[in-house]
Design a protein around this ligand. Structure first.
Ligand code: CP3
Length: 345
């Protein structure tokens, strides 16, 4: 179909192919943008940026103004949930997230309702962005999926293979189930608040899907994601969801079939053609372009984009990267990508 009054991102999520494909980029508000770096320096630290609605709304809108993307993604972080639940978080300069050291007993005491009003400033950001957004641009809210968020909570920061969480799941299965249940409940309330404030689509990031032991994929990832989606939709009927299980490999069709997602986010290690064969015709795909290709630019960028456009022609697809944009990406490469997508028929 060609563009009509329904927002292109929403049309794709309803199962319609749209040409040209709508575009946004994971981490589109971030350090590759000079205007972001400037505001970030002014705010001082990342958490201040996340919890100050005027600043977070401005950062959310920066890439929309500069590039005219089809969607804005709320500027926040998946780790505001543990912070709101009482596990304090800060971002050390150039080192990534640092969370307060919590053990099994601390997680056992955690109350999903404790997040309460701590996240109210983020709903306020959503409301501000929604009222300033150009017509046709869709506002995406988001949260981390429980396994991914728990991996940071248990390790106190980033870990390449989620060793601490896998150890916790093996040694403290009851406490691990409880932690995941706590996150399902807190995440549901947080997402419902985003929708009430104006989010039109929700994305769940399962960034560490590749690390989940195969026998635990349903219990700790697919089921919790499905429970969140069902619980949100009980309060916000028919809410569209994008589920991005990065590195899920052969489990991707399970996420597509069993979570209730409208779209499945595809990393850059997976062929779109392969995924297409395993998902219903009306299910949308999103992503797949290697962020390194966009950072490098030139003819290899043009060819990689052309390949994705031809693989997705006639199918509902949202153009995006297979993971977040790299910090060193020149802004000219992003502008060139958008003009190629919008002029290809
Ligand atoms: O996409 C967007 O533009 C919206 C904002 C957004 C951020 N983080 C801002 C951010 C979103 C959607 C996220 C999600 C997020 N956060 C994920 C899932 C996506 C993924 O990348 O797999 C994860 C795992 C996190 C946790 C996190 N936040 C880490 C590990 C780090 C440090 C690594 C880094 O890039 O510095 C962050 C910090 C962070 N979140 C930054 C931004 C713009 C950089 C902070 C800075 O400005 O110094």
């Amino acid at each position: 179909m060609t563009r009509t009054s329904i927002k292109p991102v929403l049309a794709v999520l309803a199962g319609q192919p749209v040409t040209p494909a709508p575009i946004w980029l994971m981490r589109q508000a971030g350090r590759y943008l000079p205007e972001y770096r400037q505001l970030r320096a002014k705010a001082g630290d990342f958490m201040t940026l996340c919890f100050t609605p005027a600043l977070a709304a401005e950062v959310t809108l920066q890439p929309i103004r500069r590039f005219g993307f089809d969607a804005a993604i709320l500027f926040s972080d998946i780790l505001v949930i543990p912070h709101a639940l009482g596990q304090r978080l800060h971002f050390a300069e150039g080192e990534g997230p640092r969370l307060e050291r919590f053990g099994p007993a601390d997680f056992a005491r955690m109350d999903p309702h404790a997040a309460g009003n701590a996240l109210a400033p983020i709903a306020e950001t959503v409301a501000r962005v929604r009222s300033d957004l150009p017509a046709g641009v869709t506002l995406i809210g988001f949260a981390g999926a429980p396994w991914t968020v728990a991996s940071y909570m248990v390790a106190g920061g980033s870990s390449a293979e989620t060793e601490d969480l896998r150890r916790f799941a093996a040694t403290h299965p009851v406490e691990c189930d409880h932690l995941v249940d706590t996150l399902v409940e807190a995440t549901t309330a947080y997402l419902v608040a985003q929708v009430r404030a104006g989010a039109e689509v929700l994305q769940l990031f399962e960034s560490w899907a590749a690390t989940i032991p195969a026998p635990l994929v349903s219990r700790y990832s697919v089921d919790p994601i499905r429970r969140i989606i069902e619980a949100v939709r009980r309060q916000c009927p028919a809410m569209p969801f994008i589920v991005f299980p990065r590195g899920a490999g052969l489990h991707l069709p399970l996420y597509a079939a069993a979570t209730g997602a409208n779209a499945i986010g595809v990393d850059y290690q997976t062929r779109l053609e392969t995924i297409r064969q395993h998902v219903p015709a009306t299910m949308a795909t999103q992503g797949n372009l290697d962020p390194m290709v966009l950072a490098v630019g030139g003819p290899s960028q043009d060819r990689a984009i052309e390949a994705i456009l031809s693989e997705t022609r006639g199918h509902p697809h949202i153009f995006n990267l297979g993971h977040g944009i790299r910090q060193e990406t020149p802004v000219e490469h992003v502008a060139r990508m958008i003009s190629q997508i919008r002029t290809t028929r």
